[in-house]
Design a protein around this ligand. Structure first.
Ligand SMILES: NC(=O)c1ccc[n+]([C@@H]2O[C@H](COP(=O)([O-])OP(=O)(O)OC[C@H]3O[C@@H](n4cnc5c(N)ncnc54)[C@H](OP(=O)(O)O)[C@@H]3O)[C@@H](O)[C@H]2O)c1
Length: 289
């Protein structure tokens, strides 16, 4: 069998269209959705991610406030800036670009962001709501994956989903979102013994390792008709690649995401959606979905 490619660009565009319409509605109510971005240091990859996020915002009519800080910026100064942004009623979402320089404690910094402006959905408060099935602002990559499944009418209820990742950014929030949809979820990681035996029993494999030198999801690791969502990004022969050997996987899977063009565009689109949700919540308008 040859499976269907899950087109992340197509789905991301549909999310962007809905977001653009929601932004226009908010503007009619006198609300100008605005995302504040915070970048500490001059890492070129991080700077480029922030610029892309700002471009995405402008595409759908969301304003941005850009904060670029020197790499020796202190924890105290950063927390003071976050405090100011929390109190600034013209700012609806706060994005602190990760990773942060080593003198800055990531967890403590993220914890200072108001949960109502936490457009990455990573504050302990929002993570707790997520685990309780009540979060409005959910981490962008996991919620983007759920949006992809939804768009392609892939119902995970009763299915066995294997996630290869246990990070706060991807694996843990995804676990809760999938449980909410009645999936049976197994979380695997670098210490999992015989990973292939788990994957071969899975109806859906979601992989987010990001190191092709160490790990490749090969065709013989999935069962016939499985669905494969590839979150990983690494370099293979100088090109951007996912965790999966896509050519081999798509011959056996019913659906699979490519890299690039799968999960990546969804992560970006969900940030826009979260910013509009934050703008709606802050004005008591309720949830935009
Ligand atoms: N496309 C997107 O929008 C998007 C968004 C977010 C992340 N990503 C990509 O997704 C990947 C993961 O991101 P992350 O922030 O979650 O990174 P991370 O914190 O480094 O997580 C990597 C996970 O992979 C596991 N792992 C490592 N080697 C393994 C192996 N040989 N077998 C099985 N599991 C293994 C790790 O296990 P341990 O916990 O035991 O170390 C960890 O749970 C990266 O490539 C990142 O660039 C892409």
């Amino acid at each position: 069998m040859t499976g269907q490619k899950i087109d992340g660009v197509l789905v991301a565009n549909s999310v962007k269209d809905r977001t653009r319409a929601a932004v226009a509605e908010l503007k009619k109510e006198g609300i100008e959705p605005c995302l504040a971005t915070v970048l500490v240091g001059d890492d070129p990859a991080s700077a480029s991610y922030v610029s892309s996020k700002q471009r995405d915002c402008s595409e759908v009519g969301i304003a941005t406030k850009d904060h670029r800080l020197p790499k020796d910026f202190s924890q105290k100064e950063l927390e003071a800036l976050i405090g100011l942004l929390n109190d600034d009623s013209s700012v609806h979402g706060i994005l602190v670009q990760l990773p942060l320089p080593e003198q800055i404690d990531e967890f403590s910094t993220i914890s200072k962001i108001s949960p109502l402006k936490d457009v990455d959905g990573l504050t302990p408060y929002n993570m707790g709501l997520l685990a309780s099935g009540r979060a409005l602002l959910k981490p962008c990559t996991p919620s983007g994956i759920m949006e992809l499944l939804d768009f392609y009418k892939i119902d995970v209820s009763g299915k066995h989903v294997v996630i290869i990742n246990r990070s706060n950014l991807v694996g843990k929030p995804l676990y809760y979102l999938l449980l909410e949809k009645n999936a049976t979820v197994t979380t695997c990681h670098s210490k999992t013994r015989d990973l292939g035996s788990f994957c071969r029993t899975a109806d859906v494999v979601i992989t987010a390792v990001g190191n092709r030198a160490k790990f490749t999801l090969s065709g013989d690791m999935i069962k016939e008709g499985a669905i494969v969502i590839d979150v990983g990004t690494s370099r293979l022969e100088g090109r951007l690649a996912g965790d999966a050997d896509y050519e081999a996987i798509i011959k056996k899977a019913s659906y699979a995401t490519p890299v690039p063009g799968g999960v990546g565009p969804m992560t970006r689109a969900m940030l826009l959606k979260n910013t509009v949700t934050a703008a709606s919540i802050s004005k008591g308008i309720g949830k935009y979905s």
